[in-house]
Design a protein around this ligand. Structure first.
Ligand code: GAR
Length: 215
């Protein structure tokens, strides 16, 4: 049994990894600014130089780093650099918020049960890319989103939270993605809040949400 954060942390230090638009980053930052989330985003790291998330972070005065995987001869070296930067910013938790690369042993092994990911489907259905399109093509009536711990499988780690979103007749990828995204913006900060509060316990694949401490 692992208590993910043994005791509540007054201000959890986050490293956010993202490849694109950055709306999940914004959702986290908004809750931090409105004091609903006891955390601080120390650094945003992207594999894409032009990712809007980097500009959004800079506008908030948050360190924004582009680390180009193409500059490294091997994935291991790229991941070593990611680890180095996360450690430089003393990250307690790494949040993958639309980060579109698979992370291997070098990175995942450096932050055991300290990396979470948001995925736009109800895992274990529709892992990988284009999850919303996969759900539509399969013909499901409900999809949603999942926040889970990252292990070495692709979108396979223990599930922290899920939210269900209906598929509405006539939905296309855009309309379904938009409906799911609204739930993502609620779910991701909620998962970080639970970790900061020391309320998650891990037993194999099972994640238990411990009751709120009453003082
Ligand atoms: C989100 O829908 C997130 O769930 C998804 O990318 C989008 C990023 O949006 N992630 C994945 O598909 C990971 N496999 P954002 O940049 O606006 O936060």
């Amino acid at each position: 049994m692992i208590r993910v954060m043994p005791r509540p942390v007054p201000q959890l230090k986050l490293a956010v990894l993202a490849s694109g638009r950055g709306s999940n980053f914004e959702a986290l930052q908004n809750e931090i600014e409105s004091q609903q989330l006891p955390a601080v985003i120390r650094v945003v790291i992207s594999d894409k130089e032009k990712a809007p998330v980097l500009e959004k972070a800079r506008q908030k005065g948050i360190s924004a780093r582009h680390i180009n995987p193409g500059q490294f001869a091997e994935r291991q070296l790229y991941e070593q650099e990611l680890v180095r930067v996360c450690e430089e910013y003393e990250a307690d938790l790494v949040v993958l918020a639309g980060y579109m690369r698979i992370l291997g042993e070098t990175f995942v092994g450096s932050f055991p049960w300290r990396i979470i990911n948001i995925h736009p489907a109800l895992l274990p259905s529709f892992p990988g890319l284009n999850a919303q399109r996969q759900a539509l093509e399969y013909g499901v009536r409900y999809s949603g989103c999942t926040v889970h711990f990252v292990d070495l499988g692709v979108d396979e780690g223990p599930i922290i939270l899920q939210a269900v979103v209906p598929v509405i007749p006539g939905d296309d990828e855009e309309s379904l993605s938009e409906r799911i995204l609204k739930e993502e913006h609620r779910l991701l900060p909620q998962a970080v809040r639970l970790i900061a509060a020391g309320r998650l316990e891990l037993n194999g694949r099972q994640v238990t949400i411990l009751p709120e401490e009453v003082n």
